[in-house]
Design a binder for this molecule. Structure first.
Ligand code: IPD
Ligand code: CA
Ligand code: CA
Length: 260
């Protein structure tokens, strides 16, 4: 049986191999999924296939809960990898160079290892349960600052335009309460910015499990906090949810702002 560290090594090796597909991509064609903002490319699918192939070899019989190709095995499996092959597909399609490969390993409902890799700047955010969180092997910690001294990363939940009014109202409140806001286009990297203390808080009204699963472990292991916008725990059963993540003081300030 592999240790969580050994599983993490298998994940990061597979991510770095898959990253070559992203870095050498050309002729990127966006295909529409659920709506004009929700797109996929052949590279999303190829990255996912490569990760499944390498991780199945590393852990035979493992289950996979992935964004693309409707690959949604049981999240209750003993070994399950939760994969977003390219988080920030719109950035990838439009050449913003801010996207990541996000992989979490979960066993019996508990996140045990996670890695989010941004190939454009070669930043690899990782964590293993109970052992800490790292950026390229160096320990990271969430911010200790209050919301008033924090940069706030936000997501606009682009696939849920019915949430736009409440989302932008909250973004305005966050802008006024904090230092400034950022909308960078990758939920997985936003979680990591919160884990590394770059952002005091990241929030988004609706995300999928593959957007945030790896980031959840990384934020928690960096000493931060993540939960839904009503303060309840983030679900690990595959339901969509809201998310707020960051340093514990800034997150509690943010939850108070949501209620205000
Ligand atoms: C999206 C990005 C975006 C966030 C959306 C996600 P995708 O993921 O993370 O920043 O606002 O909620 O769905 O579709 O690029 O994998
Ligand atoms: Ca995503
Ligand atoms: Ca994606």
């Amino acid at each position: 049986m592999l240790t969580n560290r050994e599983i993490l090594e298998k994940i990061t090796a597979a991510q770095k191999e898959a990253a070559e597909l992203i870095m050498h991509a050309h002729g990127i064609l966006a295909e529409i999924k659920t709506g004009h903002r929700d797109v996929v490319t052949e590279f999303d699918r190829k990255v996912q296939e490569l990760l499944i192939e390498r991780l199945s070899t590393a852990l035979p019989g493992a289950a996979f809960f992935c964004e693309e190709n409707s690959r949604r095995d049981s999240l209750e499996a003993e070994h399950v990898f939760i994969i977003d092959p390219i988080d920030g597909t719109m950035n990838f399609v439009r050449g913003f160079h801010h996207s990541a490969i996000s992989v979490a390993y979960m066993s019996r409902g508990e996140l045990l290892a996670a890695s989010v890799y941004n190939p454009y700047v070669q930043e690899c955010f990782t964590a293993t349960k109970g052992e800490g969180a790292w950026l390229n092997g160096r320990p990271i910690s969430a911010s200790y600052l209050p919301l008033s001294e924090s940069v706030v990363c936000c997501g606009t939940s682009p696939y849920n335009p019915e949430l736009a009014d409440s989302t932008f109202e909250l973004i305005k409140k966050a802008f006024i309460a904090g230092l400034d806001i950022r909308r960078e286009g990758s939920a997985a990297l936003d979680m990591c910015s919160a884990a590394a203390g770059r952002a005091g808080v990241y929030f988004e009204p609706s995300v999928s499990l593959w957007d945030v699963a790896a980031g959840m472990l990384i934020v928690n292991e960096a000493g931060g906090r993540c939960c839904c916008l009503d303060g309840s725990p983030l679900p690990l059963d595959g339901r969509k949810s809201s998310v707020v993540a960051g340093g514990s003081q800034a997150v509690s300030d943010f939850l108070a702002l949501v209620k205000a």
